[in-house]
Design a protein. Structure first.
Length: 234
């Protein structure tokens, strides 16, 4: 559904965010992007989302102007709006029913009229998940969505995302620093490194979901990724 051909983002003659990225994205696929800090993961996501148009190369979508849902490390909620209004933010009011349903799906039924200041970090990210899905996006872009959460909340929200994908599959790109998270949630993982970053390798996680977090094959893949990123001692 999306083809990325030799895409690079240069900020000036000497500085690039990332370069030479190729990617063929199939409908419903969840792609992980892993890499060391500063290798251009967020820039790549911004380019794919259309937020940054200063790239070289070609990005071709089967659908003209695909709709995009986005989620970031911080929930980015409007403090003066309720949970319900935040989920509906930017909508013309025609999606009230969908907003209510999504609030239930993310486990916040009963909190519709609460304000962000009354929510925990995990609850606020649940609102952000609901908001990102309101328009049934063709592409869901997740930029380290759980990295600011405590370990247990992070696991809970990973489970939530999996269960949402089961009933509402959406083609997604997940940028993360967490190798376990990428192996648990993604169908394919791009490993980026360097400055400017390039995709060094690609790993297919050919395991049905839900996966076992302690799975031997996943542990082997983790080892492989750590080697790829030069984080092993041998
Ligand atoms: N608007 C900009 N102007 C100039 N340089 C930029 C701009 N945005 C990003 N960069 C640079 O591009 C490189 C890649 O940044 P980016 O934030 O995409 O990396 P990242 O892999 O997402 O990092 P992290 O994992 O730390 O979030 C960095 O060297 C960064 O300083």
């Amino acid at each position: 559904m999306l083809a990325v051909e030799k895409v690079s983002r240069w900020f000036d003659e000497k500085k690039a965010g990332f370069q030479h990225v190729n990617l063929q994205l199939t409908k419903g696929e969840v792609i992980g992007v892993l890499g060391t800090s500063g290798c251009g993961k967020s820039t790549f996501l911004r380019v794919l989302s259309g937020l940054d148009e200063g790239y070289e190369g070609r990005i071709h979508s089967k659908k003209k102007n695909p709709s995009i849902g986005m989620m970031f490390q911080e929930p980015r909620l409007m403090p003066w709006l309720t949970v319900f209004e935040n989920v509906l933010f930017g909508d013309d009011g025609s999606k009230k029913k969908e907003a209510s349903e999504l609030i239930d799906i993310v486990g916040l039924g009963g909190f519709e009229n609460h304000f962000p200041k009354d929510l925990s970090g995990g609850m606020a990210q649940r609102v952000a998940i609901a908001r990102s899905l309101l328009h049934n996006p063709d592409l869901l872009m997740l930029d380290e969505p759980f990295s600011a959460l405590d370990a247990f909340t992070k696991l809970q929200l990973q489970e939530l995302l999996l269960s949402i994908w089961e009933t509402k599959p959406s083609t997604s790109i997940l940028v993360t620093h967490d190798i376990d998270e990428a192996l648990y949630l993604c169908d394919r993982i791009l490993i980026m490194r360097g400055q400017p970053g390039e995709v060094e390798s690609e790993l297919v996680v050919d395991k049905p979901k839900p996966r076992h977090r302690g799975d031997r094959d996943l542990a082997d893949m983790k080892e492989e990724i750590l080697k790829e990123l030069d984080f092993t001692n041998d």
